[in-house]
Write a protein that binds this ligand. Structure first.
Ligand code: ZN
Length: 339
């Protein structure tokens, strides 16, 4: 009960990449970079295991950014001439590549880190991929001329990689869809269809992660505009409850999401965010247990998985580690209290 997991990303060590950045520059290149990514993946596997995390991840140590880490392996994209584009409904600007031709995978995307992690841990292993809607919101298009068509094409490529990850022995594949909280009508119109296309044929556990973003300034400012109650989930959870995705990962700790909205996910496993990634203040295990207790009013015990609100990539490494320990210790208290 209360198996712990993380949203996905963890801070990169200073010898691998620039620290505390969402789009960090690598410290090395070529074979040296490949070796450094490998070392960082192993390091975080060990740290997660020692902290007491039950479903571990590669910490996204091999990708520069959660979306572009995938796009680098896709043919038909011009990375040379990045353009400035407002993303997440113009919440902030990003320098993004452009789709200029038919999209095709160049080869495997996360094979090295997935196989490496599989060989070095007996814990359940989770690998994350960006969701189709979030991808098309983070890239310019000069070829398809139709957002939905392009999203479905990306969904097919994601499915190709996801099936291969399953063959590598990955237990859980998660699709990150922060855009679901921004384009709620599109989620119902085509977002969930695109996810279904991405998980087609998979037998492993599937997750969609929907949050209010990393703890960066643009997101914190946006949250200030959302009012006293954040009800975005209310619009999309009923549709997600009917979907074929098994688990939903969401933001809870220090959030203005009314917890009764979790009721709308009936029949789904819920990865409840009990660790706030937007503050360096480390939760106490008692606080983590208390957040689990609050969520238990709306989520059955066997369906509740304590998790982080979002990825920890831009955080300080030591703080992220302390938060992992608090997550595991808090879940242990909750097991005794509510078990
Ligand atoms: Zn997130």
């Amino acid at each position: 009960m209360f198996e712990t997991t993380i949203a996905g990303s963890l801070p990169k060590p200073g010898w691998l990449a620039e620290t505390k950045k969402l789009w960090p520059t690598w410290r090395a290149e070529g074979e040296e970079l490949t070796a450094a990514k490998r070392d960082a993946t192993l390091l975080w596997l060990k740290e997660q295991e020692d902290a007491g995390i039950d479903i571990v991840s590669d910490g996204e140590q091999s990708r520069q950014h959660f979306v572009h880490g995938f796009l680098e392996y896709v043919e038909g994209i011009d990375f040379e001439h990045k353009v400035k584009m407002g993303i997440r409904n113009n919440r902030y600007d990003a320098m993004v590549p452009t789709v200029t031709g038919p999209l095709r995978l160049k080869g495997r995307v996360h094979q090295i880190e997935a196989r490496l992690a599989r060989a070095h841990t007996k814990k359940k292993l989770k690998i994350t991929l960006p969701g189709p809607m979030t991808i098309v919101d983070t890239i310019a298009d000069a070829y398809y001329g139709d957002k939905v068509k392009m999203a479905m094409t990306f969904a097919d490529l994601l499915n190709q990689e996801a099936r291969a990850l399953e063959r590598d022995g990955v237990d859980t594949i998660q699709f990150d869809e922060p855009a679901f909280n921004v384009y709620m009508d599109d989620v119902k119109r085509w977002g969930i269809d695109a996810l279904h296309r991405a998980i087609k044929g998979l037998k492993c556990t599937t997750v969609v992660h929907i949050c209010y973003g990393y703890g960066i300034k643009a997101n914190l400012d946006w949250k200030q505009t959302l009012g006293g109650e954040w009800r975005q989930y209310e619009e999309i959870f009923p549709a997600l409850a009917k979907s074929r995705i098994k688990q939903v990962s969401l933001e809870c700790a220090n959030s203005r999401v009314p917890l009764e909205l979790l009721k709308l996910l009936k029949g789904k496993d819920v990865l409840v965010g009990v660790i706030d990634v937007a503050t360096d203040k480390i939760e106490t295990p008692a606080q983590v247990a208390a957040t689990i207790g609050k969520a238990l009013k709306y989520v059955p015990k066997r369906r509740l998985f304590p998790c982080t609100n979002c990825g920890m990539a831009p955080m300080d490494r030591e703080i992220a580690l302390a938060k992992l320990k608090a997550l595991a210790a808090g879940a242990a208290i909750a097991r005794k209290r509510f078990g």
